[in-house]
Design a protein around this ligand. Structure first.
Ligand code: SAM
Length: 231
């Protein structure tokens, strides 16, 4: 099936947004010949595992126009670019430690006439920068690290009362039980786990974590300590 037919069968989108998704898929496949952006190259799979999966955040979260969102470890722009194609008003910051992926994103944003900020940094360094710390309505992250590591990378960016949404596979419950201590220390709690079934019976879980108080200045720690001694 084509990108267009998968999207039309599963989500209501105006034609210009479907065209933008097709263009993004073409850019992704073309650039993927030169550099490693994604293991998913088939149109059907791009539509389901990249586009619909990213857009499933809209079902799990109450994302209002102009929300401030930070995407940690965005890679080739997931989930950010689909979120932005769907809603151009979002104020998105995409963070990655690999600059060549961000160059692809900058080119893609220009070609799709979209605006977002891209930042080349490690999340654990940027999370200590006052320009970014505690400034976001939502932090989102997909396929970057285990939840117990990810919370320390992502929660510091969120405003008190805001949400960190971790996009995970079917194994979410085990990860949550291993993360209780980290959440206590960071001032956050799991409010719900939204299960998503994508076409092809693929189960995904969105772990919705609310920040309930300001994160202590001790966090995030250095990458060496985060990996050596997860909270
Ligand atoms: N989120 C994208 C997706 O779902 O397709 C990319 C996933 S890719 C497997 C993980 C990305 O996270 C890579 O691009 C990597 O460079 C980035 N990354 C890993 N650790 C990071 C860190 N501590 N800070 C910023 N980026 C990180």
């Amino acid at each position: 099936m084509s990108i267009r037919s998968v999207l039309q069968d599963n989500i209501s989108l105006p034609v210009e947004k479907i065209t933008a998704f097709e263009k993004f898929a073409d850019l992704l496949k073309e650039k993927n010949k030169q550099m490693n952006l994604t293991a998913i190259t088939d149109d059907d799979e791009i539509a389901v595992k990249h586009f619909l999966d990213s857009l499933s955040l809209y079902n799990a979260l109450d994302i209002k126009d102009n929300s401030k969102i930070i995407d940690i470890g965005t890679g080739a722009g997931f989930p950010s670019i689909p979120l932005l194609i769907y809603n151009k008003t979002l104020k998105i910051t995409m963070v990655d430690s690999l600059s060549k992926r961000l160059r692809f994103i900058d080119e893609t944003l220009g070609k799709l006439d979209l605006t977002a900020e891209t930042v080349h940094a490690r999340a654990e360094d940027l999370g200590r920068d006052s320009e970014y710390r505690g400034k976001y309505d939502f932090a989102v992250s997909r396929a970057v690290a285990g939840l117990n590591v990810l919370v320390e990378l992502c929660v510091p960016f969120v405003k008190t009362g805001g949400i960190f949404a971790a996009m995970k596979g079917p194994e979410a419950e085990n990860e949550i039980s291993a993360t209780k201590n980290a959440l206590d220390l960071l001032g956050a709690e799991v409010t719900e786990v939204k299960s998503v079934v994508l076409p092809g019976e693929l189960t995904r879980n969105i772990i919705v974590i609310r920040k309930v108080r300001e994160t202590d200045d001790r966090f995030p720690r250095t990458s060496k300590n985060i990996l050596k001694r997860p909270l």
